[in-house]
Each structure stands twice: as C-alpha cells, then as structure tokens.
Ligand binder design. Structure first.
Ligand SMILES: O=C[C@H](O)[C@H](O)[C@H](O)COP(=O)(O)O
Length: 221
C-alpha cells in the first residue's frame, strides 16, 4: 500500500472514535471515506445507520449491511465524516473531486460536528492548486464559465460526467483562493450555480491527517 493510501486509511480508522453510539452517521464520498465505511461496518451494531452523500457511498454502506436513511427523515446528524481534495490550516476545504459536493455540503451543513479525513498531502497553505469543482445547471454552463474566466479562473468542463443530481461540473484551474469564504459567497450568487466546492462558510471542525510515517495528526478548528 502506498504512503498516500496508508495515510487515508489511518485517518479513516481514527475517525471512528467520533461516532457516537446509537447515532445516524453522516457519510461523505471518495476513496478515503471508502476506508471509513469499511471501518464503520465493524461497529455497525453500535450505530442506528447512516445518511449518505452519494449513490456510490449508499451502495457501499448497504453492501456492508448498514441502513441508509433518507435525509428528510432525520432530525439531526451528530457527526459527518468526509474527505477533501485540499484543506488549509483553518479547515476550509476544496471538495468535489468525485463530483459529490452538493450532497456533501447539505449534510455538512446539518452536522453538529464535521470531521474531515485525509492523507497529509491534502494540507496546503493556499487553496486552489486543486481545480475547484463547481456544479452547474447544464443550460447555464457556458455563461458561468465566462463569469469564472472574468475572475481569473480557467474552467474546464468535466465532459461526460453527470452528478447524482443530474447536473454538470466545471473544474476551475489557475486559482489562488486567498479569501475562500468571499469567493464561495460570490460564486454561490451566480444564477445556475448549484454548489461551489469551497467549504469555507461551513468549514470542518476537525481535520485528521494520516502521515507517511504511519502516524496521525489532528487539527481542531
Ligand atoms: O466529491 C468528492 C468528495 O468531495 C471527496 O471527499 C474528495 O474528492 C476527496 O476524495 P478522496 O478521498 O478520494 O481523495
């Protein structure tokens, strides 16, 4: 197993301690979360079930025999565990590399505690080296792409990819995001933008990083 994969797995294992007994756990999406789902399966008798941020995670949870609840049937989510494409020291994130950003942001908003899990290479000084995913309503794609260019970005259409919500993704290259909350708000305001992959208005509460030397590092927000 590579250092990166080991880091993801370590972070995923460490996140289990944040899962309250008897709870409905918010579950994110991606390769790091897949390790978490596999760990969660080991304690599935101690939880009530999960709410899920993607069809892929729902399938994996169900394959493990973990009940997946409709978010509308749930009053509260005590903890949400999810990965990230980048995090800064303030636990503001870029997410959506796997295209699940909208459902992820909805569950993160609802969660009392958002625990982000990643390998240590995801920690950066300034967000934006990872192309920023923006989910858009298909008919607005070109208009929004022009707006992103005006803001110094280089949007690339994720050709052939359709989100779980039936929308499209623009991956915005060339950004150095100095004020994540401001850019998140500004892009949220463009008609046709469904979700911006900046998680700054609702950052993570805890970041668990798995390191190459087999350790974990925690940063509290
Ligand atoms: O849409 C995908 C999510 O935001 C993922 O949490 C993010 O892309 C990180 O994925 P991974 O754990 O595979 O690096």
């Amino acid at each position: 197993m590579s250092n990166t994969e080991q880091g993801k797995k370590l972070a995923a294992q460490a996140a289990i301690e944040y899962v309250p007994a008897g709870s409905i756990v918010g579950v994110g999406t991606g390769s790091t979360v897949n390790y978490f789902i596999d760990e969660l399966a080991k304690i599935k008798n101690r939880i009530e079930g999960a709410v899920s941020s993607s069809e892929a995670s729902t399938q994996r949870l169900k394959d493990h025999g973990i009940e997946v609840f409709d978010l509308n049937s749930v009053d509260s989510v005590p903890v949400y565990i999810d990965g990230a494409d980048e995090s800064n020291e303030n636990l503001q994130l870029i997410k959506g590399g796997g295209g699940a950003l909208t459902r992820e942001k909805i569950i993160a908003q609802m969660a009392k505690k958002f625990v982000c899990i990643a390998d240590e290479t995801k920690l950066v000084d300034v967000l934006g080296a990872f192309p920023l995913p923006v989910e858009v309503i298909p008919m607005a794609r070109s208009m929004i792409a022009r707006e992103l260019v005006k803001r110094g970005g280089q949007p690339v259409y994720r050709d052939g990819f359709v989100t779980d919500n039936g929308n499209q993704i623009l991956d915005v290259h060339n950004l150095r995001i100095m004020e994540p909350a401001k850019l998140e708000t500004e892009l949220n305001d463009l008609p046709g933008v469904v979700t911006v992959g900046i998680f700054a208005l609702r950052p993570a509460d805890v970041l668990i990083l798995g390191t190459a030397d087999g350790d974990i590092r925690k940063i509290d927000g």
